[in-house]
Design a binder for this molecule. Structure first.
Ligand SMILES: C[S@@+](CC[C@H](N)C(=O)[O-])C[C@H]1O[C@@H](n2cnc3c(N)ncnc32)[C@H](O)[C@@H]1O
Length: 279
């Protein structure tokens, strides 16, 4: 049923693009259909883009999202586009907008692009392309924001969705765009072994995107909690005891703890490499 629904959605996405004005460029995975300027600004606002951000638009078309990020929000940016004419047009548009020092456009397959420097990734692709990109997006630094125009990421549910009205690709036609925002969650999944005052405590975390369940066990007993993950921060939402923790480079630092887990406040855990703790 799920895969039937997905095929219907992919078919309707293809149909939407098929009815747009004649496509001027042969493209690899998605045709060139520009996001309107007002929707581009709404995407950047949804991601909370500011001067400290580096925005990468995958399939950047004529460069408008990256150029708006630089001109209106002070960010730096990179556009990755497979069609050479569109890359040339983007470079000319950036010059015209006076932001050529802040942005770069490269002719490259978006699946080959390095995303490590991105703090924000923008997409206006197709549902199946989003799904193919999903594993690489999930590996980005915790807290990286991803905004997709219209298409979602399957069972990785967005943190926020907004609907905005803007001009469609067809002249004179207004349409509603759905804009989805995801904040890349930290990698909490696995077995964590307590150190220092927490030696002897094991936390097994089962993570599904921005949600997790955790079993905390030590000589005091076994406690179960449910938690949400917001960027690198995990916060309990239910279960036995309260916990907030932050993940960084394979270490989990417990910031606050309450109830039967109160003794864990201020302790640190290391992620087990091999399915067991040394105690
Ligand atoms: C729907 S348009 C979006 C353009 C721009 N991001 C915007 O929102 O205005 C998709 C763009 O992706 C480009 N594209 C398609 N497949 C690609 C690939 N494999 N690598 C890089 N760019 C690609 C197309 O040429 C097109 O410009």
């Amino acid at each position: 049923m799920k895969s039937r629904l997905r095929s219907i959605r992919i078919a309707s996405a293809a149909l939407l693009f098929a009815f747009l004005p004649p496509l001027a460029h042969a493209t690899k995975d998605v045709p060139f259909v520009p996001t309107s300027d007002e929707v581009a600004v709404a995407m950047l606002k949804l991601a909370g883009v500011g001067p400290a951000d580096h925005v990468i638009d995958l399939g950047s078309g004529d460069g408008r999202i990256v150029i708006a990020a630089a001109k209106q929000f002070g960010a730096s940016g990179l556009g990755v586009e497979v069609v050479p004419d569109l890359v040339a047009k983007s470079i000319a548009n950036a010059k015209r907008a006076g932001v050529e020092a802040k942005v770069k456009f490269v002719e490259q397959d978006l699946f080959q692009a390095s995303l490590a420097a991105a703090t924000v990734v923008t997409l206006y692709l197709m549902p199946d392309v989003n799904l193919k990109l999903r594993p690489s997006l999930l590996e980005l630094k915790a807290g990286t924001r991803i905004v997709s125009h219209d298409w979602d990421m399957g069972d990785w549910k967005p943190d926020r969705t907004v609907s905005v009205e803007g001009w469609g690709a067809k002249r004179g036609v207004r349409r509603t765009s759905n804009l989805h925002l995801w904040v890349v969650p930290g990698d909490f999944d696995g077995l964590w072994c307590g150190e220092g005052n927490a030696t002897g405590t094991r936390i097994v975390l089962n993570q599904e995107y921005q949600r997790a369940t955790a079993t905390v066990s030590n000589v005091r007993g076994v406690h179960f909690i449910e938690a949400k993950i917001d960027a690198a921060r995990l916060s309990s939402t239910g279960g036995e005891g309260q916990l907030t923790a932050e993940e960084k480079d394979g270490q989990m630092h417990v910031r606050t703890a309450g109830g039967p887990l109160a003794h864990l406040a201020g302790t640190s855990f290391t992620k087990s490499c091999c399915g067991s703790c040394a105690y």
